[in-house]
Design a protein around this ligand. Structure first.
Ligand SMILES: C[S@@+](CC[C@H](N)C(=O)[O-])C[C@H]1O[C@@H](n2cnc3c(N)ncnc32)[C@H](O)[C@@H]1O
Ligand code: SF4
Ligand code: SF4
Length: 281
């Protein structure tokens, strides 16, 4: 019998491929594979067709998913003018839309800020340009006012860590190195679907290199519960990073980036129940 894994807790559907920034700490800035930037650094501009976005959400709901959904991966979601409509579509399906943004499209558009605050459960704004604490405080006050009506969180440019594609950079809060034998639970929590339908293993998987499948051509249930995905998830729970090229060299330590958990205190309990359901002790 096929051994199942728990359902994902978050769904990321990348609406489109573009971003207006080139942050020094972001994987996308250094990935010139042709997925989002070509070998000359030129931007790839592509959108996920609307019918596929809607169908993926329908499939997730049919799997029993009722959790949080966002419309970015390594891109800026507010560059796509379908963002508000897609968030409403998520709500109509009983899902809980949230979003991460660099804020550039929203900043001078009060109406869009209001619409976004109405539909997203929370918005995490990247504050990447402040030069001192006063500027940071001004930015926080600006966004709390502009996005009244929803929860506002912040991702600070001064608190960033090395990622798979980012070069060594002393502005980051830890050095870049790999974590041999460290368990990684990230593939279990998010289902990430790139703008072209390809499914990524985790946030470090910029180019869907694990070849898990394509959500335009296969039901997402088949991808999530595929032997291949389950095998990788189990290996990584056990710390077998050496089995996968990307994981072998991955700069993400065990659980250090567990910020997506609603309540970090429940983390141990959650992990234990996951291990139990997967027969891992
Ligand atoms: C890749 S961005 C995409 C959404 C949007 N463009 C933005 O900047 O919020 C998603 C999230 O990843 C965070 N992020 C990207 N690279 C990071 C790093 N090296 N350290 C910490 N957070 C990072 C961003 O701050 C943002 O909150
Ligand atoms: S962190 Fe966001 S804004 Fe910065 S380059 Fe990455 S996707 Fe773009
Ligand atoms: S070890 Fe790194 S590349 Fe592998 S699943 Fe975890 S975060 Fe992704």
């Amino acid at each position: 019998m096929r051994q199942k894994i728990p359902l994902f807790q978050r769904l990321l559907i990348e609406l489109q491929s573009n971003c207006n920034r080139e942050c020094f700490f972001c994987n996308r800035t250094f990935d010139t594979s042709g997925k989002r930037l070509d070998s000359n650094g030129k931007k790839i501009i592509k959108q996920m067709p609307t019918e596929n976005v809607l169908r993926i959400m329908d499939e997730a709901v049919a799997m029993g998913f009722k959790g949080r959904v966002a419309f970015h991966h390594m891109s800026e979601p507010f560059l796509d003018n379908r963002i508000i409509d897609m968030a409403h579509e998520a709500r109509r399906r009983g899902l809980r839309p949230y979003e991460h943004t660099n804020g550039d499209v929203l900043r001078n558009n009060k109406e869009l800020c209001k619409e976004a605050a109405r539909v997203f459960e929370y918005i995490k704004v990247g504050l990447y340009d402040y030069k001192n604490e006063d500027e940071l405080n001004d930015e926080i006050a600006f966004w709390q006012d502009a996005l009244q009506g929803t929860e506002v969180h912040f991702s600070l440019g001064g608190v960033v860590f090395p990622r798979t594609s980012t070069p060594e950079d002393e502005r980051m809060f830890r050095a870049k190195h790999s974590y041999e034998n460290a368990a990684c639970i990230r593939p279990l929590f998010r289902m990430i679907i790139h703008y072209d339908g390809n499914v990524a293993l985790c946030c470090e998987d910029m180019t869907d290199m694990f070849d898990l499948g394509n959500a335009f051509h296969q039901p997402i249930q088949d991808i999530w519960y595929s032997e291949k995905h389950i095998g990788i998830v189990k290996d990584l729970q056990l710390g077998l990073r050496e089995r996968y090229e990307a994981c072998k060299n991955c700069p993400m330590p065990e659980l250090a980036d567990a910020s997506w958990f609603e309540n970090k205190n429940k983390l141990g309990k959650k992990l234990k129940s996951i291990w139990k359901s997967m027969n891992i002790t």
